[in-house]
Design a protein around this ligand. Structure first.
Ligand SMILES: *Cc1c(COP(=O)(O)O)cnc(C)c1O
Length: 448
């Protein structure tokens, strides 16, 4: 066995400086711990294999880390992909994920998107009854191998982050089962459509307690049983239980674990695992978050109103949620010296600021850290999902490079390019550079 995750991170920070990945010219980079990603994929697979012999497709929620090499790595580890847009589907296809391992969920699928998915044979979970009617028409004109399902919302309630709770009374997702007459309508919709064989639920992400996730799955299982009884056959053969396992952003612990969740499901919804249903999961954050780290150089330090402030190159462009909603999305900040060695010694209360031109661009406020100096390195761990892969183009700050890394027993670190840094030419091109004169031309009827 090689070094532990936190030691691998320390080695990678040091090696990033030594090997010139992080430099005054390239003051921010993102790292992905390849071994860690593999370990999480294996933990997920074995957690479910320990509680059921039923076939399980673990479809990685692409939105959590939409990077082709990551999807390819997960594919090699036996996982599939959950996609929710034409872009995400294109990424999954570019990674070589086969249609049979791909699931399309999205609340706003266009007819063209549906047609493509049906032509490819990708599983489609309809979000609502209008979409089911649309699917009826498409299937009537072009037969498909796609398994078809319906997303339901059992309205079991919210977790601690409202924006990420998808099973509330008024959520925009799925068919709200507790609304008047809705349950009967859903059962009827299945009986009218023998091709409809799946139910889908995703109770929410980060902040939703395991017990609430299990309750949502239990409600969905009960509905499947009800539909199958009414149909007089096993019409529903697959339950897609979504993702949402929360991540501990406060330490290097990986809690809760997939094994805990799988055991909780086995205890609370035993019928789920007795072999009558195939299963699909859609975990995102819990597979990647712990394995990503942003490194940024400290450009300047100052005091302001008596408070020490370190101005770094990591801010709102990489940690958008943290900067705009710091109470819901706190991140750790780790201090290293200019050589990439952990800074030790007396701590001072400091703000760690990003590079963007607005006052709120702070990664951390009032954080006790060894006093940072210009040229030092800050590492922001737990950013492998929904952070550096979700660039926000404020101030035209470039998307940073992403490097995968592995560390061997002797402490040697090998990096490999996952995504190149965005170039200035690309920024200009994506900002209308080709149309520089577009607003100068007078077209149509003029007043003169
Ligand atoms: C976002 C999402 C997921 C993944 O959620 P995580 O919290 O990242 O595990 C899974 N399924 C659906 C439908 C989603 O919208």
């Amino acid at each position: 066995m090689g070094p532990m995750a936190s030691s691998r991170r320390d080695l990678a920070v040091r090696a990033s400086v030594d090997q010139g990945l992080l430099s005054p010219a390239e003051p921010v980079v993102a790292l992905l711990d390849t071994e860690g990603v593999r370990a999480s994929a294996a933990a997920l697979t074995s957690a479910f294999a320990a509680v059921t012999d039923a076939p399980v497709l673990h479809a990685f929620a692409v939105k959590a880390c939409p990077l082709v090499p990551v999807l390819r790595l997960l594919h090699e580890a036996g996982l599939g992909a959950e996609v929710a847009s034409p872009g995400e589907l294109a990424l999954a296809r570019a990674a070589g994920i086969p249609p049979g391992h791909t699931v399309l969920d999205s609340p706003a699928k266009t007819p063209a998107e549906l047609r493509e998915a049906l032509a490819l044979g990708i599983a489609v979970n309809a979000d609502n009854l209008q979409e089911l009617a649309r699917l009826d028409a498409l299937i009537a004109s072009a037969p498909t191998a796609s398994p078809l399902g319906l997303r339901v919302n059992p309205q079991v309630g919210a977790g601690s982050i409202g924006a990420l709770s998808t099973a509330t009374a008024t959520s925009k997702f799925g068919v709200a089962l507790r609304d008047e007459g809705a349950r009967e309508t859903v059962v009827r919709a299945f009986l009218d459509r023998p091709r409809l064989t799946r139910l889908h639920i995703h109770t929410g992400s980060q902040g939703v307690p395991l017990a609430l996730m299990a309750e949502g799955v239990g409600e969905t299982y009960a509905l499947a049983e009800e539909i199958n009884r009414a149909a007089g056959r096993q019409q529903i053969d697959t339950l897609d239980i979504g993702g949402g396992l929360p991540v501990d952003f406060g330490s290097d612990e990986e809690t809760p674990t997939y094994a805990e969740y799988a055991r909780l499901l086995a205890d609370t919804v035993p019928g789920l695992f007795d072999g009558r249903y195939r299963l699909v999961t859609e975990f995102g954050r819990s597979l990647l978050a712990k394995h990503g780290t942003v490194l940024a150089r400290v450009e300047y330090t100052k005091t302001s109103g008596g408070r020490a402030v370190a101005v770094t190159h990591a801010g709102v462009q990489l940690a958008t949620r943290t900067v705009y909603a710091p109470e819901s999305w706190p991140l750790r900040v780790l201090a290293y010296d200019a050589g990439g060695r952990p800074r030790t010694g007396d701590v001072t209360v400091q703000d760690v600021a990003g590079p963007a031109c607005f006052a709120g661009d702070l990664l951390a406020t009032g954080r006790a850290l060894p006093l940072l100096r210009p040229g030092d390195v800050v590492a922001v761990p737990d950013t492998g999902a929904y952070y550096f892969a979700h660039h926000y183009a404020y101030n035209s700050l470039p998307r940073p490079a992403v490097h995968g890394f592995t560390a061997d027993e002797d402490g040697g670190v090998t990096f490999t390019a996952v995504r190149d840094a965005q170039t200035l030419a690309e920024i200009v091109a994506e900002s209308g550079g080709r149309h520089a004169d577009a607003l100068l031309r007078r077209t149509g009827r003029s007043a003169g």
